[in-house]
Design a protein around this ligand. Structure first.
Ligand SMILES: [Fe+2]
Ligand SMILES: [Fe+2]
Length: 165
């Protein structure tokens, strides 16, 4: 763990964490799209994969602007969240019920990302790094929208999901 003496040190670490999380997601999201039964859910994951690729480019730009290295760290939190998602994908049962479980996993991913971006935005604001703040806010808005889309799909699926035996 790097020595954290300043806001900039912590921000650099948060950016590394986000970069690792987004990179891991470029591999995990296609699996979630493939494993989903509902067509709208599949499309939502595919659309968010494209956004995720754009978010990685934003983090490249953030690292360039801050003159920091953003590679070389593994986000173990996201690794765990993705692992739980893989468990949801491996389940068997009713297609709607399974999709609701996959949405739960996807929503956990989005909330984890939102926490990371919100933290990084606060630090970048303290450094008055306006361009960095706006790049991070653009990605945060996409994570929030992705989560809301998942919630909307879930409320539709819940209407037709079997309840008990
Ligand atoms: Fe993301
Ligand atoms: Fe996301």
């Amino acid at each position: 763990m790097a020595d954290k003496k300043t806001v900039k040190d912590l921000l650099a670490d948060e950016i590394k964490d986000l970069y690792s999380a987004e990179k891991q997601l470029t591999k995990a999201i296609p699996k979630m799209a493939k494993g989903s039964n509902d067509a709208t859910l599949k499309t939502a994951f595919k659309d968010h994969l494209k956004e995720t690729e754009g978010q990685i480019k934003r983090l490249d730009e953030v690292a360039r602007l801050l003159e920091i290295k953003h590679t070389g760290k593994k986000c173990s939190g996201m690794e765990g969240v993705i692992k739980e998602g893989a468990e949801a994908l491996a389940e068997e049962g009713d297609e709607i019920v399974l999709d609701l479980g996959i949405i739960g996993a996807g929503s956990r991913v989005e909330h984890y990302e939102m926490a990371g971006y919100t933290t990084a935005i606060g630090l970048a604001e303290r450094l008055k790094a306006a361009k960095v703040v706006s790049l991070l806010k653009a990605s945060l808005a996409e994570e929030e929208a992705a989560d809301q889309k998942l919630r909307k799909i879930a409320s539709g699926l819940l209407k037709s999901a079997p309840t008990e035996g």
